[in-house]
Design a protein around this ligand. Structure first.
Ligand SMILES: [Ca+2]
Ligand SMILES: [Ca+2]
Length: 267
């Protein structure tokens, strides 16, 4: 126990250092595609740094596949921590709408928030059993009705305004998140593509250039997701979320939040 605690304190200290460096580093000021450095490069990402293409993807897959997993019922309480509103510790911030809502309003009724699978669970049919269906790196608190409108649509630009959707758009074959969530969505989808490669009993999830992917293990559109990753760099909320999942729940990281330029390095 003592060793575990020491390890976690060390992680927090490293994160603080990374955030401080970030104040003057490219992550907040220059092109989001610029190379970033993190406190994890010489440790967690040691076997990935310097690689590109399929060798980078493969190295990251190995690194992030070492993780703990939680049950779908445990996701409720985890989201109350990972998605906490930085301005109100009683609330969670909802994906797509940007609404701040009481943590206690989790459920399935109008006005509640529920567990959105950003990589739609029907795309690869992984459901809610422990695995991709319970992976916190793509599970987010979302308004029940907005989540229903998103459904299992692929991501693309265009559409008409989603009711109470915070600026998100929808049409018959795709969903466009509000600007502040575009990069988050892209990095979650691409995390899933690297994490799930078909070697653990679940489908090999991959991005493609299509919509109407249905139950195939694909999510579109890759070119749009890449643009969204550039337009909306990782925020403090997203970085904290990644850290909490790493420290407390799964002990793996989303590499694209730490290194958004690795999106272009792989795809
Ligand atoms: Ca964002
Ligand atoms: Ca994959």
């Amino acid at each position: 126990m003592l060793a575990t605690h020491l390890h976690r304190w060390k992680s927090v200290a490293l994160t603080t250092a990374a955030v401080l460096v970030g104040l003057t580093a490219p992550a907040l000021t220059a092109s989001p595609a610029a190379a970033t450095t993190t406190a994890y490069d010489s440790t967690y990402y040691k076997n990935a740094v310097g690689k590109t293409g399929t060798s980078l993807k493969s190295a990251l897959h190995t690194i992030i596949s070492s993780q703990s997993k939680i049950s779908y019922s445990a996701v409720w309480d985890a989201l109350k921590v990972t998605d906490q509103d930085p301005n109100n510790t009683s609330n969670v911030l909802l994906l797509y709408s940007g609404v701040s809502r009481s943590k206690s309003l989790n459920g399935g009724d109008v006005g509640d928030w529920n567990r959105e699978h950003t990589w739609a669970k029907s795309h690869g049919d992984f459901g809610e059993v422990t695995g991709p269906g319970t992976d916190l790196h793509h599970l987010r608190a979302a308004d029940v009705q907005v989540n229903s409108i998103r459904g299992n649509l692929d991501f693309d630009n265009g559409g008409s305004a989603v009711t109470n959707g915070g600026g998100s758009l929808v049409d018959s074959d795709s969903f466009q998140p509000r600007d502040a969530d575009k990069g988050d969505v892209a990095r979650m989808i691409l995390y899933m593509a690297v994490r799930y490669e078909g070697d653990d009993g679940f489908a090999d999830l991959e991005p493609n250039e299509k919509v109407n992917n249905g139950s195939n293990p694909y999510m579109g559109k890759l070119s749009i997701l890449k643009a969204w990753n550039e337009a909306d760099p990782p925020s403090a909320f997203e970085e904290r979320r990644n850290q909490v999942i790493y420290d407390t729940y799964q002990h793996n990281r989303n590499p694209f939040i730490d290194h958004p330029e690795w999106v272009e390095a792989i795809w």
